[in-house]
Ligand binder design. Structure first.
Ligand code: NAD
Length: 587
C-alpha cells in the first residue's frame, strides 16, 4: 500500500495529498508522499495510512458496511476542533517540518524535479486554508506538474516503457527460455555479482575460476550480501542457506554439464576469453547459450572462438551487479533469436530491465557515457572551473559530475580505454587533449577513488573531501567562465548526440531502449525521460540549432547528425517518428 506517484514524476492528486496530510500530519505523511514509500497492509494500518485490514474475500462486503455505517463516518478534518497532527505550518513544530522538508527536497532534486516542489507547495499552502480550498490548491499544483513535459517524459520512460521492455516488448517469438542452470566463468567482481543475482532468483549456479580460492572468494561475496540483508532483517538464515546452496564454486569445467546458459566474466582479453569459450563448449549441451559480459570487445569478434555463433551473445551487466537495474544485451552479427530470447528471459528472472542493441564499439551505454567524462575533462583543461563543471552536471540532474565519475570508474581504466581507442581509431581519434589529462593523473599515481586520489582529494578512509587543488595549479581557471547553461549543454549534448548516432547506425533499434537504458544504465538526467525525450522537450529544430552553435565554437564532435538535421527540417519529434519502436533503417 502506498502512493508511488512521485517515482514517475507526478504526485497524488484528486485530494490524495490533502487528505493524507490532514490524516497523518505533514511529517508522518512525507515518506509516503515524497519518497513513494510502500508498506505492507499491517504497517500501513499502524501508520494510519489506511483504516482497516480485512480478509480478501470480505473486502467488498466490509467496504460497503463501512460506507453505510451509523453514525456516518466523519473524516478527522471534518470533526469539530480538528487540528493537523504534528502542527500546521504556522505552528512552531510544523514550521520546523517545512524548513527541513524544503531543504531536503531541494538538496535531493537540485530543483530539477517539478513534482516534489509542487507537492511540497500543495502541502504547505493547503495546510494554511480550509479543506475545500486546499483541494483547489492541490489541483492547481497537480495540473501544473502534469503539463510540464518532464512529467510526461518520466511517466513514459520510467513506467510505461520500462515495464514494456521488462515484459518482452522486443523479445523474438520463440518458446520459453527460462534458465535453470547457469555457468559463470570468472569469479571476480562481475562474476561474483552475477552469481549472487542468479542464485537469489532461484537459478542453480556453477561458478568457475582458474583457482579454487578465487572461486570460493566469488561465492563468499554472496554470503556478504546475504549477511548484510540478515542484519537489516530483510533476509532470513534459511533464505541465506538456500541461496548459498545453489552456488557451486569450482575450477572443474565438468561441473558445467547441463548448464543451459553460460555467462563469461573472465579477464578482458580476447585470447583468455577464446580459451574459456572452447573449454566450455566441449562440456555444455549443444543447444546451450554462451554469453559474454565483455564491456569493450566486439561480440562478433569473440563469437569467432565459438562453434555455435548463432548461440553466442553479449549480456553486459553494470557494476555493482546487485544494485544496477539495467542489463544491455548485445547481438553479434550471427546471434540468433533463441539466444536473444534466452538472454531476455534470464534478465526477467533476475528482475532487471533489458535493452537489446547491435554490436559496435562500446555498444550503447558506454558509448554515450564516455563522452560525458571526456567533455568534463576537456573543459577543465580549457580553464573552466572544475567546480562549475561538477555542479552544472548535478544541477541538470546527472547523479554525479563527470570528474567524480572518472574517479569512480578509475583514472587508469579511463586512460587504458583512451589508449585502446586511439590504437583502434588511428588518425580519427579526436580526444588527445583529454587523454593527456588522464595520462598525467595516472603518472602522478592519482588513480581515482580506489587510490584515494584523483580529480578529487580523499581522506585516509576514502571519504571525498573536495576537488584536488593540483588541478587548478596545472590547468589555471580562465578569467572568463562560461554560463551554467553552456556547460550543461556541452555535457548533455556530448551524450545525447552519441545516442542519436547509435540510432542512425542501427546500434539502437528502439528509442524506448535508448531512453530507459540511459536512465537506468548511467543515470542520465531522469527528469528528462532520457536522451531522446530530452531532444523532444527541446524540440528538434532548437536542438539542431544548438548543435550548430556548439560545433562552431567547440568542434565537430557536436556536429548535427544527419538524422537530427532532417527531423529538425521536417519539425519531427523522436517519439512522433520512432515512437512504437520502429527499426531506424526501415524508418
Ligand atoms: P576481475 O579481474 O575482477 O575478475 C576476472 C576473474 O576471472 C578473476 O577472478 C580471474 O581469476 C578469472 N579468470 C581469469 N582467467 C580465467 C580463466 N582462464 N578461467 C577461469 N577464470 C579466469 O574482472 P571483472 O571486473 O569482474 O571483469 C570481468 C569481465 O566483465 C571483463 O570482461 C570486463 O570487461 C567485464 N565488465 C566489467 C565491468 C566492471 O565494472 N568491472 C562492468 C561490465 C563488464
Amino acid at each position: 500500500i502506498g502512493l508511488p506517484e512521485i517515482m514517475v514524476g507526478i504526485f497524488p492528486g484528486a485530494g490524495g495529498t490533502t487528505r493524507l496530510v490532514r490524516k497523518m500530519g505533514a511529517m508522518t505523511a512525507s515518506p509516503f508522499l515524497l519518497e513513494g514509500k510502500l508498506s505492507d497492509p499491517k504497517k500501513a494500518l499502524s501508520a494510519g495510512l489506511i483504516d482497516e485490514v480485512v480478509p480478501a474475500d470480505e473486502l467488498m462486503a466490509k467496504a460497503k458496511d463501512w460506507v453505510l455505517s451509523e453514525p456516518r463516518i466523519v473524516k478527522p478534518w471534518d470533526e469539530k476542533g480538528y487540528k493537523m497532527p504534528g502542527g500546521a505550518p504556522y505552528h512552531p513544530a510544523g514550521f520546523m517540518t517545512f524548513v527541513g522538508a524544503s531543504a531536503m527536497v531541494h538538496g535531493k532534486t537540485k530543483g530539477v524535479y517539478p513534482a516534489a516542489k509542487a507537492l511540497l507547495q500543495a502541502v504547505y499552502e493547503g495546510a494554511l486554508v480550509p479543506f475545500d480550498t486546499a483541494l483547489k490548491v492541490e489541483a492547481r499544483n497537480f495540473v501544473n506538474v502534469l503539463m510540464n513535459p518532464s512529467s510526461a517524459a518520466m511517466i513514459r520512460s520510467l513506467f510505461i516503457n520500462k515495464e514494456a521492455l521488462e515484459k518482452g516488448a522486443n523479445r523474438p517469438d520463440v518458446a520459453d527460455q527460462t534458465v535453470k542452470k547457469v555457468g559463470i566463468l570468472g569469479a571476480g567482481m562481475m562474476g561474483a555479482g552475477i552469481a549472487y543475482v542468479s542464485a537469489n532468483a532461484g537459478i542453480e549456479v556453477v561458478l568457475i575460476d582458474a583457482r579454487q580460492d578465487a572461486a570460493d572468494k566469488g561465492k563468499s561475496y554472496s554470503e556478504g550480501i546475504l549477511d548484510k540483508g540478515i542484519s537489516r532483517k530483510k533476509v532470513t538464515e534459511e533464505k541465506k542457506q538456500e541461496v548459498l546452496d545453489r552456488i557451486t564454486a569450482t575450477t572443474d569445467y565438468a561441473a558445467l554439464e547441463g548448464c543451459d546458459l553460460i555467462v563469461e566474466a573472465v579477464f578482458e582479453d580476447v585470447g583468455v576469453k577464446a580459451g574459456v569459450t572452447e573449454k566450455t563448449e566441449a562440456v555444455i549441451p549443444s543447444d546451450a547459450i554462451f554469453a559474454t559480459n565483455t564491456s569493450t570487445l566486439p561480440i562478433t569478434e569473440l563469437a569467432k572462438a565459438s562453434k555455435r555463433p548463432d548461440r553466442f551473445i553479449g549480456i553486459h551487466f553494470f557494476s555493482p551487479v546487485d544494485k544496477m537495474l539495467l542489463v544491455e544485451i548485445i547481438k553479434g552479427e550471427k546471434t540468433g533469436d533463441v539466444a536473444v530470447a534466452k538472454a531476455l528471459d534470464f534478465v526477467r528472472q533476475i528482475r532487471k530491465t533489458p535493452i537489446v542493441v547491435n554490436d559496435a564499439r562500446f555498444f550503447y551505454a558506454n558509448r554515450c557515457i564516455l563522452p560525458y567524462g571526456t567533455e568534463g575533462i576537456r573543459m577543465v583543461r580549457e580553464g573552466v572551473s572544475p567546480v562549475l563543471v561538477e555542479n552544472a552536471a548535478k544541477l541538470v540532474g546527472m547523479p554525479i559530475g563527470p570528474l567524480q565519475l572518472t574517479d569512480v570508474t578509475s583514472i587508469d581504466l579511463n586512460a587504458s580505454i583512451a589508449r585502446a581507442t586511439k590504437a583502434a581509431m588511428g588518425d580519427a581519434y579526436a580526444d588527445d587533449d583529454t587523454a593527456e589529462v588522464l595520462f598525467w593523473l595516472e603518472g602522478e599515481g592519482r588513480l581515482g577513488r580506489k587510490s584515494n586520489a584523483g580529480f578529487y582529494a580523499y581522506d585516509d578512509k576514502g571519504k571525498r573531501l573536495g576537488l584536488w587543488d593540483g588541478i587548478a595549479a596545472k590547468y589555471p581557471e580562465a578569467d572568463d567562465q562560461p554560463s551554467l547553461t553552456e556547460v550543461q549543454h556541452r555535457l548533455l549534448f556530448a551524450q545525447v548526440l552519441e545516442a542519436v548516432r547509435a540510432l542512425e547506425d542501427g546500434v539502437l533499434e528502439d528509442i524506448r531502449e535508448g531512453d530507459v537504458g540511459a536512465i537506468l544504465g548511467w543515470g542520465f538526467a531522469p527528469w528528462s525521460g532520457g536522451p531522446f525525450s530530452w531532444l523532444d522537450i527541446l524540440g528538434t529544430p532548437y536542438a539542431a540549432e544548438r548543435c550548430d552553435e556548439l560545433a562552431k565554437t567547440y568542434g565537430d564532435r557536436f556536429a548535427t547528425p544527419a538524422l537530427l538535421r532532417e527531423m529538425a527540417d521536417k519539425g519531427q519529434s523522436f517519439y512522433g517518428r520512432f515512437g512504437e519502436g520502429v527499426d531506424s533503417k526501415a524508418a
